[in-house]
Design a protein around this ligand. Structure first.
Ligand code: ASP
Length: 324
């Protein structure tokens, strides 16, 4: 009998499963083409780490994923983790919206078993593809006893991140991701986790959700018209996240429309259009009825707001924002 840990690898597409017509030009390719068994077969050394099962859940570019996919993925991961025959789950994913899916999973999956997500910046047949090493690192991390109770971990380019606060900061570099202001959770050497597990626990049961309310992120540039805000509300947005200049500064022209929206019961969150850094509370929040996102990137604040609206629990949002 094998004494190796038993791990389910759930593939969802992305560049890690992408193929380029010309391996020398890895910037042009189709995402989500290589299937889950082929992804594993490309890294024979995985067999020394774990007893693996592969499953194809989606075969999509992650820019085509949305709330219905997050819900389906969370339900699948929860089911897998409830199986006594499985010790951990690894999810392969596109990098573009990894931060949304990872954060949703963090809020919807409560487990001590390791859940590790990985991705790649170069397609599977690129001359120097990063997917095989990232997948190896993800499986290795999923077998490490220290990964237990860390919630959702993400590893790429030799670095390990907690899901909360994760953000893609670069369009092309292999180390495209960053964590929140506390930095990464660890390094794959070992692998070693040098940050404690996040305090955030799973708060929602994905099986109780079908879709999520519409929440839009509005990018506020110098001189942007607040007509953007009106347009989003007319299109049916039930909440807004504003990616504001700097540390969440509200331009004068936006103050009236924001105050009217919040008075009408539309939650409006102040985030930043800067790629990193936090947005803390400001007297404007009391004056305008807004809520600062703290350490969350706008993408994850949107997920938090969608869940709070779906659960009709404004307190849930404050709880999510307060979590370190
Ligand atoms: N567009 C791809 C995706 O997110 C990018 C990647 O995976 O790196 O699916």
């Amino acid at each position: 009998m094998s004494a190796l840990p038993r791990i389910l690898v759930i593939a969802t597409g992305g560049t890690i499963a992408g193929l380029a017509p010309s391996p020398a030009e890895p910037g042009v390719y189709a995402a989500g083409v290589v299937d889950a068994p082929a992804l594993l077969a490309a890294v024979p050394a995985l067999g020394e780490l774990a007893e693996l099962r592969a499953e194809q859940l989606f075969a999509l570019d992650s820019s085509d994923l949305g709330p219905a996919h997050w819900i389906a993925l969370a339900c699948r991961v929860r089911l897998a983790l409830s199986d006594p025959e499985l010790d951990a789950v690894v999810v392969t994913h596109g990098t573009d919206t990894l931060e949304e899916s990872a954060y949703f999973l963090q809020l919807a999956v409560d487990t001590v078993k390791p859940v590790v997500m990985t991705a790649a910046m170069r397609p599977a047949n690129a001359l120097s593809a990063d997917g095989p090493a990232n997948l190896y690192d993800a499986v290795s991390l999923a077998t490490a006893p220290g990964s237990a109770s860390h919630g959702v971990l993400v590893t790429l380019g030799g670095t390990i991140f907690h899901a909360v606060g994760l953000r893609k900061l670069h369009t092309g570099r292999l180390d495209a991701f960053a964590g929140d202001r506390r930095g990464p959770a660890g390094s794959t050497n070992g692998p070693e986790l040098f940050r404690p597990p996040p305090a955030q626990r799973a708060l929602v049961d994905p099986a109780a959700l079908t879709e999520l309310p519409m929440v839009e992120i509005l990018h506020v540039a110098a001189g942007s018209s607040p007509a953007l805000l009106e347009a989003a509300l007319q299109a049916g947005a039930r909440g807004l996240v504003l990616a504001l200049p700097g540390n969440g500064t509200v331009p004068q022209a936006w103050r009236g429309p924001i105050a009217r929206a919040t008075a009408a019961g539309i939650p409006v969150m102040r985030a930043s259009r800067c790629g990193s850094g936090a947005v803390g509370r400001h007297p404007d929040d009391a004056a305008l009825g807004t809520l600062a996102v703290g350490d969350l990137p706008a993408s994850q604040a949107r997920v938090a707001l969608m869940l709070a609206l779906a659960r009709q629990q404004p307190a849930l949002l404050r709880q999510l924002l307060a979590a370190p």
